[in-house]
Design a binder for this molecule. Structure first.
Ligand SMILES: Cc1ncc(COP(=O)(O)O)c(C=O)c1O
Length: 389
């Protein structure tokens, strides 16, 4: 790969500017201000090996995907961004690039169910084992390390319990142990939190969520600061092949342009909803890092710009009561996923986190998860009040 794929400088521009301009250079042929969707698999060569612009085959590189990858690197303050067909494809590529049989990984006690399934049911079959730790407590992570540990994996805020991990503190643990720190930044997005600047080695995204932002694309990303590691991952991205297609890359690039304004509104609306839930008689517990009583509140306030749009809460009456609230919601659409402009509600135990049942990551049966959208907060509050009954 050429240096074209490595973001060298961020020229001191603010996040909002980078989100709109990084990677989004005007089309050299027409001047189109939005990068075209290069819906193409192969490229004409001017004689054998004579590539125009470095492109030979779209699994290896595609100009629309390059635009997104440059943008991702700039937003996370990294040197290399890589775009994949899904968040899990990005995770799979990362794990199979960095790990070999006999290696060990420390994973969090709260995480997306599909990530846990990847470790427990897929990667483990190739001789890679893992220990579960409370990543909000550096001592718990230190205790889980072995002489075979290669990676510490963190989600912060975590899915679905909104646990907070101090990224800088865990980066210090990882550095001392000589292992790499991976941070899944899906819930926060780079607008709210930049793990590489806090010492993480690798950032993972499901770009399906806030980055895409409109529930119309599935995608994933890896971003790293170390150019050599970026090169190694890019080699495996091409060798394994689960790349983002041109249209999907274009949709994510388009979504990112409004990320900053969307995240501000998501965060404001979530705070208003938490305010209402806090005094609701049927709500027994709220998981939201913006609450002063949340154990990770101070850390979140330190490492995040705002507390984001995800809220989980538990209700009186157990599992059936929680399911009934989800079923009664109207404006909050009952569905998996998160991070889109429209508000979603779900029951993690039976939906997104069914695959962690019976494991150390099992979620409370009376838990409801909200992805608070950017509709009118008043309308969202009215819907939730009627759903709670
Ligand atoms: C925190 C987190 N990481 C990773 C993923 C996996 O991403 P994808 O569904 O795009 O494969 C998800 C999906 O919900 C997620 O919530």
């Amino acid at each position: 790969m050429s240096d074209r794929h490595t973001t060298e400088s961020h020229s001191g521009q603010s996040f909002e500017t980078l989100a709109i301009h990084s990677g989004n250079t005007a089309d050299p042929l027409t001047g189109a201000v939005v990068p075209p969707i290069y819906q193409v698999s192969t490229y004409k060569q001017d004689g054998v090996g004579g590539l125009r612009g470095g492109y030979e085959y779209s699994r290896s590189a595609n100009p629309t995907r390059t635009a997104l990858e440059e943008n991702l690197a700039a937003l996370e303050g990294g040197r290399r961004g890589l775009a994949f067909a899904s968040g899990l494809a990005a995770e799979d590529c990362l794990l199979r690039t960095l790990l070999t049989p006999g290696d060990h990984v420390v994973i969090p006690n709260d995480a997306y169910g599909g990530t846990f399934r990847l470790f427990a049911k897929v990667v483990s079959r190739w001789g890679i084992d893992f220990s579960v730790a409370d990543t909000s407590d550096p001592a718990s992570v230190r205790a889980a390390l072995t002489d075979r540990t290669k990676l510490i994996w963190v989600e912060t805020p975590s899915n679905p319990l909104l646990g907070i991990t101090d990224i800088a503190a865990l980066a210090a643990v990882a550095r001392t142990a000589g292992v790499r720190l991976v941070v899944d930044n899906t819930f926060a997005s780079p607008y709210l939190q930049q793990p590489l600047a806090l010492g993480a080695d690798i950032v993972v995204h499901s770009t399906t969520k806030y980055m895409g932002g409109h529930s119309d694309v599935v995608g994933g990303a890896l971003v790293v600061s170390d150019a050599e590691l970026g090169e190694e991952l890019a080699y495996h991205q091409n060798a394994m092949g689960a790349v983002a297609g041109p249209f999907d890359a274009w949709l994510v690039l388009r979504g990112i342009k409004t990320l900053a304004v969307r995240m501000d509104r998501h965060s404001e609306n979530a705070a208003r909803i938490v305010d209402m839930l806090s005094s609701h008689a049927r709500v027994t517990r709220i998981h939201y890092p913006g609450l002063p009583e949340h154990p990770g509140h101070e850390t979140a306030a330190k490492q995040m710009k705002a507390f984001g749009g995800m809220v989980s809460f538990q209700v009186a009456g157990g599992e059936e009561a929680a399911v009934a609230v989800c079923d009664r919601a109207k404006l909050f659409t009952l569905g998996e996923s998160l991070g889109g402009v429209e508000s979603l509600i779900e029951h993690p135990g039976r939906m997104t986190h069914a695959s962690v049942a019976g494991s150390a990551l099992e979620v409370p049966a009376d838990l409801i998860r909200l992805s608070v959208g950017i509709e009118s907060a008043d309308d969202l509050l009215a819907d939730l009040r009627q759903a709670l009954g």
